[in-house]
Ligand binder design. Sequence first.
Ligand SMILES: [Fe+2]
Length: 165
Amino acid sequence: MARITSPAHVPALGTHEREEIGRELQATLVELVDLSLLGKQLHWSVVGPLFRPLHLQLDELIDSWRVLADTVAERAVALGTWPDGQAGTVAASSELVPLERGAIEDHDVIVVLTRRLAEVAERVRARMDRLGELDAASEDVVIEVVRALEEQLWMIRAQHPEPSA
Ligand SMILES: [Fe+2]
């Protein structure tokens, strides 16, 4: 464990910068893990005529969020900080509002997903901006996350019952 944090083996960044970058990556990891859990809850809870396309689309989104979470966590380790994507940590630090247990109408699934994704994308975008001043390599990882989330947001927004939402 000590070896990975030895100055000779980690990127040349100050301790303070490393910790700050680690915090931004950790916050992003937590949100991606929570999004993937929220996605599964919607995948199981959706009802209505759009059940099948939404049920399938949610699994595609979950796959993407899990891959992105892995990329973010591994960037943190490469940097010499330790990520934590365990349930207790995610529950204690995620800002995502949990869903109530039970059936959710297909159109409501689209509304919930649009809202939650937009909130996460906005926070991750702010982290991307902060990372831009700290470490371009970590910023690049978070740019990839923002690009994916904003593309997903567009595709979900396009299915919204109210086009302006
Ligand atoms: Fe499933």
